[in-house]
Design a protein around this ligand. Structure first.
Ligand code: NI
Length: 164
């Protein structure tokens, strides 16, 4: 792995190395092209976090993304919190956030606003509804111009089956 050029990521599943992979029927080796700066930042993240090697982390990312997709296609009730940090001076952004809130009033349960300092605001918005809709609203909010940092956390509302 270390002999690969820095701009190449190798994704290899080796049965037996990790108990989760013992049952895998076939091993494939894949490579992808990636910006060298991005790769170097990814390597630093792996190093700092002690998450494992590139392949393990890539597999976890892929599994996570696939789980997200499965979650999106469900129709069960879900909740989400969307955390936004933005510049207080961006008045237009505040207005846009308000418009989104009114457009999705049945999904927006609550919001919390904290003035972090003279310039920055923190807003946490709590959503409830169908997973697909929540993802869409969250992406819309996080994608607004002027949002410096956006993060969404999604949870399924537990059903009776979950409580058994
Ligand atoms: Ni504020």
């Amino acid at each position: 792995m270390l002999l690969l050029p820095r701009n190449t990521v190798s994704v290899t599943n080796v049965p037996g190395r990790n108990t989760r992979e013992v049952t895998m029927s076939e091993v494939v080796r894949a490579s992808l092209s990636i910006d060298s700066d991005l790769m170097s930042r990814f390597d630093q993240l792996i190093e700092r976090s002690g998450l494992g090697n590139r392949s393990e982390v890539m597999r976890d990312l892929i599994r996570g993304r696939l789980m997200d997709e499965a979650w999106d296609s469900g129709e069960d009730g879900a909740v989400a919190t969307v955390t936004l940090i933005y510049d207080h001076e961006r008045r237009r952004l505040t207005r846009q956030m308000e418009d989104i809130g009114h457009a999705h009033h049945s999904e927006v349960m609550s919001s919390l606003h904290i003035h972090l300092d003279h310039h920055s605001c923190l807003e946490v918005i709590v959503l409830r509804g169908e997973p697909k809709n929540l993802r869409q609203i969250a992406n819309h909010l996080m994608g607004l111009k002027g949002v410096l940092h956006g993060q969404a956390v999604f949870c399924r509302v537990p059903t009776n089956e979950d409580r058994r």
